[in-house]
Design a protein around this ligand. Structure first.
Ligand SMILES: *Cc1c(COP(=O)(O)O)cnc(C)c1O
Length: 377
């Protein structure tokens, strides 16, 4: 039995007619930039995520970039984020001329530790940029409390977490809130391998602030308002209508796909429970995890990954080297040992296949091979 880490062809096989027909509609209309599907997708994703507004942009990276630009973050400023994330989170901070300041993570969820965020705040801090890694939201109560005490905006990197929920422990909490809806802005990615993936690049900025959404709409079109008059310096961050058409179709399937990922994760949890040397993902009380990745920990990662590969099972390492140790960030002056919790995670994490189209037999096979590795069989 072959089990790839991800099988997008299996997804396409189930939605081929719908996608082809929506994309053909765009070709017939010849409306390629901000068009009717972009508006429809913005409405659908905003409603799903519990947000007042959504602005479609060209990628998850550009969503983070546009969010930072909309806040006017620039040279001399600092933005606090996690060293254990995809490159773009910190790359965007550096690209606007600001300094990424890292705060270590929590070992169980892999998300930024709010206590360490507070310690990293300086008079130059302009924003806090938590990431909801693998599909579980960071501790937003604590992060928003820290941000509130220091008057700082929070931008959520929700690229991996569309639909994940967090229930506030605060008295009078209005119930579960979705990723991207709790900070001032939330950034989504529609990169093809994400839970809601396009047929190319795409992204979105979520917000509860309609004024800010209007600013982001101007920002994604070079800062132009009205045509050929520029209020401020933006960029070409427009979402293609053809991407939005495919994404609008896929959006209808997202709740079902998420439920399947969650069922797969529950099955892995059950099959791998008590397996020595293997730590299954922890979900904090009040959170729902959407399992963009199902990530186990093992001190014998390289061996396990090679063993799985020999049984035609795909797995992935997200991410093998923390951002503070990357060559491009050497000027920040960080070194190995600065963020030990993140560094240990980078050495131990391994993502197993969890995509919606997997069968129970495939999951049982993967779990069986993991157990076989541990028991030396
Ligand atoms: C995918 C991802 C991004 C960037 O999204 P793109 O659409 O690939 O530009 C940013 N942050 C995180 C955590 C991601 O996983």
């Amino acid at each position: 039995m072959k089990v790839p880490l991800l099988d997008l062809k299996a997804q396409f096989a189930g939605i081929r007619e719908e996608v082809v027909s929506a994309v053909t509609g765009v070709l017939e209309s010849q409306v390629f930039n901000i068009g009717p599907f972009v508006k429809e997708l913005e409405r659908a994703v905003a409603a799903y995520s519990g947000c007042e507004a959504a602005v479609g942009v060209s990628s998850g990276t550009d969503a983070i970039l546009a969010a930072l630009m909309a806040l006017g973050v620039g040279a001399g400023d600092e933005v606090i984020t996690t060293p254990f994330t995809f490159f773009a989170t910190a790359g965007c901070i550096a690209r606007v001329g600001a300094k990424p300041v890292f705060a270590d993570i929590q070992a169980d969820t892999f998300n930024i530790d709010p206590a360490r965020v507070e310690k990293a705040i300086t008079p130059r801090t302009k924003a806090i940029l938590p990431v909801h890694l693998y599909g579980q939201m960071a501790d937003m109560d604590e992060i928003l409390a820290v941000a509130g005490r220091h008057g700082l905006p929070v931008i959520e990197d929700a690229a991996q977490a569309i639909g994940a929920t967090y229930t506030s422990r605060q008295a009078g909490s209005a119930g579960p809130r979705r990723a991207g809806s709790m900070g001032l802005m939330g950034c989504l990615s529609f990169y093809p391998t994400k839970n809601l993936g396009g047929i190319g690049d795409g992204g979105m900025v979520l917000t509860q602030d309609k004024g800010l959404a209007a600013r982001l709409e101007v920002m994604r079109d070079h800062g132009q308002s009205p045509t050929y008059f520029y209020k401020f310096i933006g960029g070409n961050f427009r979402l293609d209508n053809i991407q939005a058409a495919a994404l609008t179709v896929k959006m209808r399937h997202l709740p079902d796909w998420t439920a399947r990922r969650q069922a797969h994760a529950a099955l892995y949890d059950r099959l791998l429970a008590g397996c020595p040397g293997i730590t299954t993902p922890a979900v904090r009380p009040g959170n729902t995890h959407i399992y963009h990745q199902y990530v186990i920990r093992t001190p014998r990662r390289a061996e396990l990954q090679a063993f799985l590969k020999s049984h035609e099972i795909g797995s992935g390492v997200y991410y093998p080297l923390c951002l503070h140790e990357q060559e491009c960030f050497r000027p920040l002056g960080c070194k190995k040992g600065d963020f030990p919790v993140a560094e240990k995670a980078a050495a131990e994490v391994l993502a197993l296949p969890v995509y919606p189209e997997l069968t129970e037999e495939q999951i049982a096979f993967v779990a069986g091979r993991v157990k076989g590795f541990v028991s030396g069989r």
